[in-house]
Design a protein around this ligand. Structure first.
Ligand SMILES: C[S@@+](CC[C@H](N)C(=O)[O-])C[C@H]1O[C@@H](n2cnc3c(N)ncnc32)[C@H](O)[C@@H]1O
Length: 288
């Protein structure tokens, strides 16, 4: 199973995570709810973290529970959403934790399923879902700075995905998973575990020539502006950053280094200048 930095790094700052991580667009919620067939009684959110994903879906269900193995994430979730229900359960142990087979209408996983053993979590999700129940899971890969293009993209790749920088804390499997936008392996595995009607959409894949492949109306378009000051806080919310900082005590802050290089190479005058971003994202929908 991939190492879970959220759990293994004791001083991971879950409140900072909650403050700086993006939420998800209404169009994605609509897409998932349109896909869903039948009753909306029970929802579980696997790897709910601080509840950013749970709160978007809870209004659509009679009963919703956010599940996560990290006490730190769950305590921030409970503080921020006191009316929602959360429980300390990991994605590979849904049945063992007492969730009944065939009892759940929808399972969601936002930026979380890559932390689980895919075989185990797919098997568990399939067991707890009722027939025709929906499994929806999605990811953002990275922000693309649309006016800065290749230089910004390459710097992000260097700091986030390569072994010389913070990418060394990713398993090969996790890196491949993200850089392939899930890839065909995931589709095959979903079929193996009995899921059907698999739908996989990729938005804003960066091509070698620097062009995006935007679909006409992507359902999962995350866009906006970000200043380099806020981008630095986003980098500092990565589990990878927390692991790097733990292992490089006394060294200059790698987030500062990233931002300084970014500012210089992309010719950004000010750390407070809003920069337009669109996220590279992907998601899977399937049913039991
Ligand atoms: C990037 S966060 C995503 C949180 C939230 N879903 C969101 O959209 O902000 C990934 C979460 O996966 C959780 N996680 C790690 N290992 C897990 C596992 N084996 N099963 C379920 N969740 C896990 C982490 O504790 C963390 O809260």
């Amino acid at each position: 199973m991939p190492e879970t930095s959220y759990l293994s790094v004791k001083d991971f700052d879950s409140q900072r995570y909650h403050d700086v991580r993006p939420s998800y667009p209404q169009s994605l919620v609509d897409k998932i709810m349109d896909y869903h067939q039948g009753s909306c009684n029970e929802l579980i959110d696997v790897g709910c973290g601080t509840g950013i994903s749970t709160v978007l879906f809870a209004p659509h269900f009679k009963h919703a529970v956010g599940l996560d193995p990290s006490d730190s994430m769950l305590s921030v979730a409970k503080k921020n959403y006191p009316k929602l229900e959360f429980a300390s359960i990991n994605g590979e142990e849904l049945i063992k934790s007492g969730i009944k087979p065939n009892s759940i209408d929808m399972v969601i996983g936002a930026e979380s399923i890559h932390w689980c053993d895919l075989d185990k979590v797919f098997g568990q999700v399939n067991q707890v879902l009722r027939p025709q129940g929906t499994f929806a899971f999605w990811f953002y890969v990275q922000p693309e700075f649309i006016d800065l293009g290749r230089a910004a993209h390459d710097l992000y790749v260097k700091y986030c995905w390569t072994d010389e920088y913070m990418g060394k804390y990713l398993t090969d499997y996790q890196r491949k998973f993200f850089t392939n936008f899930g890839g065909n392996d995931v589709n095959i595995k979903l079929n193996q575990y009995g899921f059907k009607d698999v739908y996989h959409e990729i938005v804003n894949e960066f091509k070698d020539d620097g062009l995006f492949t935007n679909q006409t109306i992507p359902s999962f378009l995350m866009e906006g502006t970000i200043t380099l000051n806020d981008f630095k806080k986003f980098v500092q919310s990565w589990s990878l950053y927390t692991s790097w900082t733990r292992d490089h005590p006394g060294e200059p802050d790698i987030a500062d280094q990233f931002i300084a290089e970014f500012q210089e190479q992309c010719h950004i005058d000010s750390l407070t200048q809003p920069l337009k971003i669109e996220w590279a994202t992907f998601y899977y929908l399937c049913r039991k």
